[in-house]
Structure formats: structure tokens, C-alpha cells
Design a binder for this molecule. Sequence first.
Ligand code: FMN
Length: 193
Amino acid sequence: MAQIVAIYGSPRRRGNTATLLKHAVKGAADAGAQVDEIILRDLKMSPCLEIYACKKEGKCAIKDDFHNVVNQILSADGLILASPIFFYTVSAHTKILMDRCQSLWVKKYWIDKVPFGQWEPKRKGLFISAGATKGKKLFNGVLLTVKYFFDVLDMELFGSLLYRGLEFEEDVLTHPEYLEEAYEAGKRFAKAL
Ligand SMILES: Cc1cc2nc3c(=O)[nH]c(=O)nc-3n(C[C@H](O)[C@H](O)[C@H](O)COP(=O)(O)O)c2cc1C
């Protein structure tokens, strides 16, 4: 059975990305996956303090909920990450998790000396995002951020669901086609693992 971790990166519990992610989780579960859900706003996670204690063994020295989250991600076959667009990138909650994974980057590229771009993805990631505006470049920044976050997790980007024009908490509910798409993507994702 495929193991998936689903990460809710929005501060809104019932916001657009949370609703989309719930549908993707349901799709994945209906396809037979075991899905563990993590709500970042409920956790205690410090930002990266850039002390590089991780240079020793690739482990972050800050003691908080990061360790449980990263262990769950690393033992899963796939990750579904959902974050709203905040200033053209991910939310602060999501970015804190990403920055703490610098310890994995240090392990991979400094300690284990994996040559850049020369690794086999062991896992897959699906990314879900929403922004209020409709500009062509709305997701340019976040897609780069997510690409390099998934790289550090030895994941390839399986796909991304990106929705423009969603501003208020329940805006996505007026687009049942987006919810259906998220459900189907969750299903396909689970089957691909
Ligand atoms: C701090 C903050 C920054 C935001 N920055 C952007 C932005 O750069 N571009 C955009 O289109 N929407 C931006 N938004 C709007 C959110 O992306 C939008 O409301 C989204 O639907 C929120 O998703 P959620 O309901 O899952 O939290 C911002 C909202 C907040 C609170």
C-alpha cells in the first residue's frame, strides 16, 4: 500500500488549498493509499537559525516538531503539499518547513557529496496552490521553490494543481471542477506510487 504524507501549509483551516488538499487526500485514499495528514499551523516549528549544526551529521539541532514531520516525509512514498501563494511564494508556515530541510540539503550535497542533478528520485511529490490574482507569472516563483524543495527530499514533481482567482476562504467551493480535479489527481498520484 502506498504511503502518502499530506501537508496543509495554509494558516486557514478551511481555506482554498485546505479544501483542495482534502479532496486530493480522499482521492488517494479511495485509490488504496494510506495518507497521514499534517497541519503545519498546529505544530511548533522554529525557522532555520542558520547555525549549521547540521554540518556534523545532517541533522537539525533545533528540538521541535520538525523531526517528526521530516521522518514522516522520508518514510513515505509520496508527498502532497498544499500552500497558498503569499507574495509569490509559499506561506510562512510552509517556508519554515522548507528552510529546516536545509539540514537534508547539507547531508545530501555536503556530507554525502551527491553530485548536483545526479540522483534518482525515490519519491514523488504533488503540489497544490491557489492565489487571489490572475497574472501569468503568479506561480513562477513558487514552482522554483517547490522544485528545489522536492529535490532535497529525493522527489520528482509528479504534478501541480495551480488555481488563480481564489481569494476568500470559500471561493474554491464555487468551482466544483477544481475539487473534482484535485480528487482525480490524488487518485492518479496514489496509483503512480
Ligand atoms: C500574506 C498574504 C500574501 C498574499 N500574497 C499573494 C500574492 O502574492 N499573490 C496572490 O495572487 N495572492 C496573494 N494572497 C492571497 C492568497 O493567495 C489567496 O487568498 C489564497 O486563496 C489563500 O489560500 P488559502 O485559503 O488556502 O489560505 C496573499 C494572501 C496573504 C494573506
